[in-house]
Design a protein around this ligand. Structure first.
Ligand code: GLN
Length: 536
């Protein structure tokens, strides 16, 4: 078993996820079969029950597992499809150990954090490693926090058996305080001391800083931490996270890891990423404004961008591909005027839950429909497009979603019977349609033209569905159901016949967009905006 542990020091948001994803990409380019494991120290069994304001976006995998936003970085950088084996939380570990204890699996032993919790973590690491060449394990949080200590303990214990096959990479902080104007190494020295106190001696340090670490600072860090200067690398601030793999590659971090882990290197081709970077650095003459009507606004540790990171990345990738600059206009669903939306060239209503902000989103959708402005509705965005259409085109005045008003007479969006029981039992975790579902596309539709194939697979995360009893009246009024589940029972995509681009999807296409292969629906949405603006 060959493992790379990644830890971070001093501050959160130091870039552990991006570093892990970049290292994964580099190793993959050397034909090393790499996988990931994110260890999250929270008690939640998965990220699914967390409000995005608190914890950033929930990233859904093909198997329906709900992971936090680092999963998105891993997939976008490496194009590997992750599964439940790529994430563990403290909640899962403890519930498994408690379940084992109740099932008398410990032969009457007194069940304790050490060894039993530690053993359970190691079992999960082994499962996750499976038949890969290397498993990259990112320990959530920063070293020194009470809550992630047990993961370091599991690593310490594994190191006894694995020796040189276990590598620890520490991401250290190297601030340049304004008042001093000099790069300071103490924060990194001190976070390494915290690691050492836990019996961990890092092999490689990656310094997060504004500028490259000079040789004087490298020496200081090396003397204080016992990490050789040749094993200290820089991760400087760059204007795009997709530049980090090249940054590591140019410092030969990949070769260093390969040597230390006794793996085989090969000549790698970086042209695809070089091309991407070229596109990112292009300065297109034209720019478009995309309005995102959202409600998970900045609060606490996480920002609005974190709540919608995959949507933003999907827009970026499509715009880079089409060589167009864009501005995101964040429109607060609860408080905006017509002036705020009239400067937008296209609109997105992303996923969301609950009643708050619904009316504003419907108002913006009406504006897009009536003014022929391209509209892409993602999950809730499709549901609300259906309600707006029912109300304002089909004249179904009290049209609503069961999520908003369970007593509404016309529930255009309703709960599926199998989900209803779970909700009655207040069993909210895992009570949704989750993960990849196949969808059949109707020929001669915008959806078909975007994907250019008749069957697709997309990821879902929702409790409510389009109510098929309204299909007929919708069709009569010009709505096309251009995508349906294989059995034809579930509406997956709807689009307006007489509109340049008015498409709602019950799934989350943003989760499958990659920087090297933008999602076809986002590309189509952006290209219709460009066409409308007369720029191509
Ligand atoms: N709240 C809606 C539902 O549960 C939509 C969910 C979403 O947008 N992901 O069906």
């Amino acid at each position: 078993m060959k493992l790379i542990f990644i830890s971070g020091g001093v501050i959160s948001g130091i870039g552990k996820g991006i570093s892990a994803a970049s290292i994964g990409l580099l190793l993959k380019k050397h034909s090393i079969n790499v996988s990931f494991l994110k260890c999250d120290p929270y008690i939640n069994v998965d990220a699914g029950t967390m409000n995005p304001i608190e914890h950033g976006e929930v990233f859904v995998l093909d198997d329906g597992y709900e992971i936090d936003m680092d999963g998105g970085h891993y997939e976008r950088f490496t194009d590997i499809s992750l599964s439940k084996y790529n994430s563990i939380t403290t909640g899962q570990i403890y519930s498994q150990v408690i379940k084992n204890e109740r099932n008398l699996k410990y032969d009457g032993a007194c069940v304790e954090v050490i060894p039993h919790i530690r053993e359970e973590i190691i079992t999960r690491i082994k499962e996750s490693y499976d038949s890969h060449d290397v498993l990259i394990i990112e320990i959530g949080g920063t070293v020194g926090e009470y809550q992630n200590d047990i993961y370091y303990e599991a690593e310490r214990y594994l190191k006894q058996k694995l020796g040189a096959d276990l590598l620890h990479i520490h991401i250290g902080y190297l601030p340049v305080p304004n008042s001093i104007g000099e790069m300071k190494t103490k924060p990194t020295q001190q976070s390494v001391i915290l690691l050492n106190q836990r019996g961990i001696f890092p092999d490689i340090i990656i310094g997060r800083s504004e500028k490259t670490i000079d040789s004087i600072r490298k020496k200081k860090i090396s003397i204080a931490t016992n990490v050789g200067e040749e094993n200290i690398f820089s991760n400087i601030d760059v204007n795009s996270i997709y530049k980090v793999p090249k940054l590591f590659y140019s410092q030969k971090l990949d070769l260093r890891i390969i040597e230390l882990l006794n793996l085989k290197s090969q000549k790698i081709d970086f042209s695809d990423w070089d091309n991407l970077i070229k596109k990112i650095d292009n300065t297109p003459k034209q720019s478009i404004n995309i309005g995102i009507i959202a409600k998970y606004h900045t609060s606490g540790k996480f920002s609005l961008e974190d709540s919608y990171v995959s949507v933003i990345e999907a827009i970026k990738s499509a715009c880079w591909e089409l060589n167009i600059a864009f501005k995101l206009k964040w429109i607060d669903a609860e408080n905006f005027s017509e002036k705020d939306i009239s400067s937008c060239d296209g609109f997105i209503v992303p996923g969301g839950f609950g009643k708050r902000g619904i009316d504003g989103k419907i108002k913006a959708i009406k504006y897009a429909r009536e003014n022929n402005k391209p509209y892409l509705g993602l999950c809730l965005g499709m549901q609300l497009a259906a309600i707006e259409f029912a109300k304002n085109v089909c004249s179904i005045k009290d049209a609503n979603s069961e999520e908003v008003d369970e007593f509404a007479k016309n529930k255009i969006i309703h709960i599926m019977p199998e989900q209803e029981k779970k909700l009655l039992d207040k069993n909210y975790g895992g009570s949704m349609r989750l993960g990849a579902w196949k969808c059949v596309l109707e020929k001669n539709t915008l959806a078909y033209k975007s994907y250019n194939k008749s069957q697709i697979s997309e990821r879902h995360r929702h409790r409510y569905e389009f109510n098929n009893s309204y299909e007929e009246i919708f069709e009569k009024n010009g709505m096309i159901f251009s995508g349906k589940s294989i059995d034809g029972n579930l509406v997956e995509i709807m689009e307006l016949k007489e509109h340049p681009f008015f498409v709602g999807v019950q799934f989350h296409p943003e989760l499958k967009s990659r920087p090297l292969s933008p999602h076809p629906l986002f590309s189509k949405f952006i290209s219709v905006i460009i066409e409308q603006n007369g720029t191509i």
